[in-house]
Write a protein that binds this ligand. Structure first.
Ligand SMILES: [Mg+2]
Length: 188
């Protein structure tokens, strides 16, 4: 069985920009390439789970999302990071959707495709729906990063964050995950 780090995109890996759809606007957050590299070296599959309602709302096309992802994958690739897969839910909130977060469906799809043990996997994001998505899928832990909307979420939704681990950024989440690694099954 494999393990995965499920990663929100906007506000977690790259700077939050309203309805980003231009590759030139992709701004990878500080520490992200190194955090992803460390998780990858520890054997985690790197899987992005992203709601892209701008498609469903008619603000941009699926092809724009793909261009952004091609650019992001190439930039991360230059830093030695291989993204295993990017799953998106392109629907608007009022449209029927198979996998829009907080639905765990895309994590279940990833589990089947990559033979993942979700109970040994992690979700990392900057919104409550990211955390809920992880919980709904039964991951080991959901992390809230304070980048993107995360700092505001940590302040204003403190009562709803339950078992979430709140950290400054993706690098801190990776530190927490990797610290629990050895010896296996015995969190230190
Ligand atoms: Mg986000």
């Amino acid at each position: 069985m494999n393990r995965a780090a499920f990663l929100d995109r906007d506000g977690t890996l790259i700077a939050e920009k309203n309805y980003l759809h231009d590759p030139a606007q992709v701004e990878i957050l500080p520490g992200v390439p190194s955090a992803l590299r460390r998780l990858q070296q520890a054997g985690f599959k790197l899987i992005i789970i992203s709601n892209q309602s701008g498609v469903g709302r008619g603000y941009f096309m699926l092809a724009d999302v793909e261009r952004v992802h091609h650019h992001l994958s190439r930039e991360l690739g230059r830093a030695g990071v291989h993204l295993d897969r990017i799953y998106i839910a392109p629907e608007a909130p009022d449209q029927p959707s198979r996998g829009r977060k907080p639905s765990p469906q895309l994590l279940f799809d990833a589990r089947d495709e990559f033979h993942l043990d979700l109970s040994q996997s992690y979700m990392i994001g900057d919104k409550l729906i990211d955390l809920q998505c992880g919980w709904n899928a039964g991951v080991a832990k959901s992390f809230l990063v304070r980048t993107g909307y995360g700092a505001e979420v940590a302040r204003s939704m403190a009562g709803q964050l339950g078992a979430a681990v709140i950290v400054d950024d993706l690098g801190a989440a990776a530190d927490c995950i990797l610290k629990q690694e050895t010896p296996r099954g015995r969190p230190s």
